[in-house]
Ligand binder design. Sequence first.
Ligand code: 5GP
Ligand code: MN
Length: 333
Amino acid sequence: MTIGTTMTTTMTTVLNQALECLQASQRPLLIAHPRPDGDTVGCTLALRLALIALGKTPRIACVHPLPGNLTHLPGAEAFESAIPEDADIDLVVAVDLSDLSRTGGLYQPAWAERYPLLVIDHHATNDAFGDVNLIEPEAAATALPMARVIRALGIPLRDDIATCLLAALITDTRGLRTETTTSAVLRFVSELVEAGGNYLGVMQRTLDAVPYQQMKAWGVALSRLQLEVGIAWTTFPLTEKQALGIEDHDDLDLGNMLSQTREAQLFATFLEMRDGTVKVSLRARPGYDVAWIAKQLGGGGHTQAAGYSLPGDLDTVVRDTMALLRQELARPH
Ligand code: 5GP
Ligand code: MN
């Protein structure tokens, strides 16, 4: 089976180091990022199943509950929301996290002295915060380096593992439509389906599974939609979230929805949070780049999808972000 992208020698060396970490571990802790998405959850669950098949006892954790469209994945009920500092673990694996703050406070500083930290990710903005960093910035999803790891562990990419990897790939590519969805990625998807991955089930239960409340939230966000030359953006004030019963950890997936606006090349959503911050999601059409903006403002992500949280009121965060988006639009493309 060919997995998405070709491997360089450096990647092969790092893959071997990642394998050594996992093979030496009996009780690894796998961490998914806050406001968890299909990639972080699907990859965490796939690796968990592979490690169980090897006779190990992995734990999996995420500070936030899984959104309803991911709870059907095999093993989803095993997620824990907090891990005590003195937990009986011997390795930490960060899955789809671009920096240590993305554990959302789950990672205990004391662990740095005690356990190796393995990072498996695909964010261009990843700052290589682990002891071993398996990072493939050009990969469509963390599912690709993760698939490599699982296969190298000697576990076949089939059935439930294939379904988890499909969920990761399909959600992170918004249904196989990002710039990173190469023919090799499509071939890999096809191979996962042949190996028993539930393609239609994943499509139906992850992408075509927007809760009613979220649909209503989209309505509110769309009613506030603004279009400046080339930039489509909207805000979601706290009062409106409260009226709809939307929690801060609910990922409304507004960025992806907005990015369908034909007249725009860049897209931004601004969600007011209960802790006084504003959560910004940026999207860009192929050829445009929002990763540098997110990085500059303390967040991270990919050229086409990035985000960050800033303290301050909506108007200020909108103004500061729009200034950078206009800069990006003015760059020669
Ligand atoms: P979203 O805007 O949908 O939450 O996230 C889009 C992309 O940006 C994802 O790849 C996500 O990992 C990344 N991202 C979003 N928010 C943050 C953030 O606060 N910090 C970092 N490092 N990455 C983020
Ligand atoms: Mn991802």
